[in-house]
Write a protein that binds this ligand. Sequence first.
Ligand SMILES: Nc1ncnc2c1ncn2[C@@H]1O[C@H](COP(=O)(O)OP(=O)(O)OP(=O)(O)O)[C@@H](O)[C@H]1O
Length: 631
Amino acid sequence: MNPQDEPGHPHRIAVKASGLLAEFNRAGFLTAADVHVATRVGVLGKEVDEAVLLALALTVRSVRHGSVVLDLATAAETISPDDEDEGEEAPEPAQPLNWPEPGEWARRCAASALIGGPLRMTGSQLWLARYWEQEQTVAAELLLRAAERPDDLDENVLRAGLQRLFPETQYADQQLAAAVCALSRVSVLAGGPGTGKTTTVSRLLALVREQHPEYRIALAAPTGKAAARLHEAVRSSTADLPLEDQARLNEELTATTMHRLLGWRPDARSRFHHDKHNRLPFEVVIVDESSMVSLTLMARLLEALRPGTRLILIGDPDQLASVEAGAVLGDLVDRARLNHRTEDFAAVLQRVLPQSLTSNTQPDSPTARFRNGVSTLLATRRFAAGGDIAALAAAIRDGEADRAVDVLYSASDAVDFVELADDTRPGPEQLEPIRAEVRAGAAQVMAAAAAGDGVAALAGLEQHRLLCTHRRGPRGVQLWSDLAAGWIFEDHPVVPRSDGRYAGEPLLVTTNDYESGLYNGDTGVVVSTQDGSLTAVFGRGGDPIPVPLARLGAVRPLYAMTVHRSQGSQFDRVSVLLPAAASSLCTRETLYTAVTRARQHVRVVGSVEALRTAILRPAARATGLRQRLSG
Ligand SMILES: Nc1ncnc2c1ncn2[C@@H]1O[C@H](COP(=O)(O)OP(=O)(O)OP(=O)(O)O)[C@@H](O)[C@H]1O
């Protein structure tokens, strides 16, 4: 982040800006960087109309906020000042802003020489050309791949295999989803945590390998942590398969990050070794945690796949979307049309499935063929403790605030609600349960780290996680990290070395370091070594990676993390600090993602008002992909 982009930094005001750009900058709607980009592109494109430059700057701003499109018709109602972090007072406009009249604004933009160059426009919607092209690539590649079904599987063998691997009727939804993936060149397997997505996919892989032992399979995920989880989950899900199916999956199934799969290049951020000129050599590519995949990365992946490769995207479309722009997985799953199938696809499915299929028939079209490949698993198969976490997650997902409040107020071993009004500081009675969790986790980490037991130290780290929506402010990571560190040091008065490190220090990697194989979001612990020195270990499924402290890149102590960063990880117990109801980060996806990080227990800390607001406010990311895939 450039210094002038830092909220609150004096250079956030673009000193040279004038007219509408200056007005929107002063009011906190545009950063200096947004203004700078718009001014520069305006000069290069010889555009002087300030309404057009404002539209351009707001489009840049939208991308910064995760959207791909700016709709001029609704911009005045939907855009509010930046308030990325609580405690940053967004400047109040002294007087109402001069939003251009939408019709006239759109006409002026449409007449601009920038359209067709750095900007693209459809109706009243504007894109930066780069993202417009990426949406185009993703939609075109998906539709092209969905146009024809693969014909490499014998239907009778597949039918027998589906019955062998999904013998129980309670898993009929998984059997159907596996059949859909087997019979599609591109498919989406959506579902919440513990619905059996990984189990379904590993069985599907066994089915494909049964007929094609020579097929090369790639397992990938957007983060190292998620890749490690995928590897572990696929491995453990094969344990109860018939021996011959286990054998089909046993060798060389390792998971990797998407960046590594595509071949990271030191000279380019979003270009890879594998692209349309040098395609990936796999017959099957599985991507887990697809909700975290940005539009750019999805475009790069699709371009790099051979036309015949089977692509299976797994993920939970109800989670927060990628940090970077786009909401690809959410756009691919059209909830209103689940189980809508073309007649011929329903007939093929019926031939390989034992049970009779209920589908809504949809007329054949390129988009209908794509939807044929989308399945959703709904039943949760994992949560213990009566499924209260699952019930809470479902209520949040469905926008049922009353139901969620009921679950939180019910006597439950799995969910807890610590009420804390938005504008008050927590008192001892609110802090105590969180403090107890933090202390219990730290006790295990400290003891294991002192004994040099990296595996146990990492397990201790996963025992409880404090999750915040904001980085700063009264509910932010900074403040709660300080609190947690204070509690830990009361119990364990450590004397850090001169470099600040101590045995038991929890670490969070904050940038990708391809050389050492550590990725942004990876977590680890400093542990003692036999010679009395210190080293770091990082979690990778069952295999901790030791990294000498001298080789560590950018890390920071990990006492709390943002919900965004926690995506792709799960913890035994989670405490979630809700943002204030007024925060723009108080959204359904944030809460859902936070709650579903917990395996055994989740504690929600905040006001009922914030809880209700979050549940009733789905995060609105504006994209054009959904529209390109509908119809
Ligand atoms: N068909 C099945 N037969 C037996 N056990 C199953 C089946 N499907 C799911 N399970 C069990 O349910 C649990 C969750 O399954 P799985 O890990 O596949 O879900 P998931 O959707 O991939 O979860 P996550 O989103 O957390 O990765 C696992 O313990 C798994 O063993």
